[in-house]
Design a protein around this ligand. Structure first.
Ligand SMILES: Nc1ncnc2c1ncn2[C@@H]1O[C@H](COP(=O)(O)OP(=O)(O)O)[C@@H](O)[C@H]1O
Ligand SMILES: [Mg+2]
Length: 459
């Protein structure tokens, strides 16, 4: 059987049944034993009291009186002399001789049990010696039929069987209810996850309170919401991609047609071919960015953090990027204290800074300056990239990290960005455990602040 409720039920049942059996057995034994003890000690006490009388008056009269008394009771008595000859008995016939065994050891003055096997023997028997400690003159044997004890125990057994049966039944019912109650929400959740896998995200789940099952239900709900969100986001993303790809392709196709079919002057031809090349470049950089994003989204994307000497890295980048700034009559200035370390993946860090500087170049006018300032703190280090370009309108600020988001929706070919640069930057920063903030004032400039941890690198 693979059902959880069944497995749980069996385990519960075995444990409880085992415990119950043990307790019943223990209780039954204790009850029977104490009952037998009681019978034996009261028989002994009765024998001892006869003995006490006989010790004082050991004569025919008293003996027959005692025997007479016992003949009316459920117990019986046999009185013998020191050698075992019967002097008096409450039994009608005297076939009792074979039971009159004396224990081998010295008999205690308080008497002794001669026979206590109530299960097999017809009588339980006690013996009480008559006389002083030094000289015994006779014995009082007390008899009680075991049949009455046996029927008593029989009745006790019947009661126990009935109680056992009821306990078993109750256990069974309780276990069935309990396992059902335990596994029902699980079964519901299993159904819910099945529905989710089929794309039905608005699942209802049982309310099970604040225990582990409740937590599980909450997690499943959250998972459904996340999946729903991801599915929607993926659809939006795909729609944006196809839109973004279609636009340059339309240009390329349109201008190619013109170049091929019309008789153009070589100047016009060059102009159109120029556009085609630009659009092709745009397409290839779009695909490159998409590829970069897809790589980051993959589970296998690895960040290899290490101790990075920041002033070294920034100096190298300054050298590499300065020509691009100069080409537009702009300047790049780096302020970084010597021996500033942080803990990051250097190649990813480079990509982040390149993307940000690329924006500074694209969205600033001739003669502007971009400044990179590094501020080391106790546990973190800030890299601040500040330009005095055209800035970002306040209403656009919250969206600039979204994929394909551009402030100027109408694509100016000269500023042919993909809208993916900052999305890539954000993913890369987060992947390294860092954070990114932006401040911007329209027509004034934009400041991006990157914060990375310095742990793992001493100063
Ligand atoms: N330094 C900046 N100055 C002004 N605007 C910026 C700057 N950086 C980003 N932006 C705005 O944010 C948008 C998103 O940037 P990004 O994701 O890099 O896309 P892209 O550069 O391809 O347009 C840009 O289209 C631009 O409008
Ligand atoms: Mg960009």
């Amino acid at each position: 059987m693979k059902k959880l409720s069944f497995k749980l039920g069996i385990v519960f049942f075995l444990i409880i049944f085992g415990l119950e059996t043990f307790m019943f057995f223990f209780l039954h034994n204790a009850l029977v034993n104490s009952r037998i003890e009681e019978e034996l000690s009261s028989l002994q006490a009765r024998g001892n009291s006869h003995r006490d009388i006989l010790a004082k008056h050991f004569d025919v009269n008293t003996i027959s009186h005692v025997a007479l008394m016992e003949s009316e009771a459920i117990t019986d008595v046999v009185i013998t002399d020191n050698f075992g000859t019967i002097l008096g008995s409450s039994f009608k016939n005297n076939q009792i001789q074979s039971y009159l065994k004396k224990p081998h050891s010295r008999i205690n003055a308080d008497g002794q049990i001669v026979e206590k096997d109530w299960k097999k023997k017809p009588y339980i028997i006690t013996i009480s010696p008559i006389g002083t400690t030094n000289e015994t003159i006779g014995y009082v044997y007390m008899f009680q039929k075991t049949a009455s004890i046996q029927s008593l125990i029989e009745r006790l057994n019947q009661h126990f069987s009935l109680a056992g049966l009821i306990a078993l039944l109750l256990t069974f019912i309780v276990i069935i209810i309990l396992t059902k109650a335990l596994t029902k929400p699980l079964v519901k959740m299993k159904e819910a996850t099945y529905q989710i896998s089929k794309g039905k995200f608005s699942v209802t789940l049982p309310k099970t309170g604040n225990d582990e099952l409740g937590e599980l239900a909450k997690s499943i709900k959250l998972l459904a919401q996340d999946l729903n969100y991801l599915k929607k986001e993926r659809n939006d993303f795909l729609a944006s991609i196809s839109h973004e790809l279609r636009t340059p392709l339309t240009y390329i196709k349109g201008y190619s047609d013109i170049v091929m079919t019309r008789n153009l002057t070589s100047k016009d031809q060059e102009k159109y071919l120029q556009i085609i090349v630009e659009e092709a470049n745009r397409l290839s950089s779009l695909i490159e960015d998409l590829f970069a994003l897809a790589k980051i989204d993959k589970n296998t994307f690895v960040i290899q953090k290490q101790k990075v000497l920041l002033n070294d890295l920034l100096k190298k980048m300054e050298l590499k990027l300065s020509p691009a700034f100069k080409e537009k009559n702009m300047s790049l200035v780096v302020h970084c204290p010597e021996r500033t370390y942080l803990y990051a993946d250097p190649s990813r860090l480079e990509q982040i800074i390149i993307n940000l500087l690329d924006n500074s170049i694209k969205y600033s006018s001739i003669g502007s300056e971009t400044l990179i300032t590094v501020t080391p703190r106790k546990k973190t280090t800030d890299i601040i990239i500040k330009d005095n370009g055209k800035g970002i309108p306040e209403k656009d600020l919250p969206n600039i990290f979204n994929r394909f988001y551009r402030v100027e929706k109408s694509r100016k070919r000269s500023l042919g960005g993909t809208g993916l640069g900052l999305a890539i930057v954000q993913e890369l920063v987060y992947a390294q455990g860092g954070s990114i903030n932006v401040h911007s004032k329209l027509n004034n400039g934009t400041t991006f602040t990157l914060t990375f941890h310095t742990n793992g690198a001493e100063k």
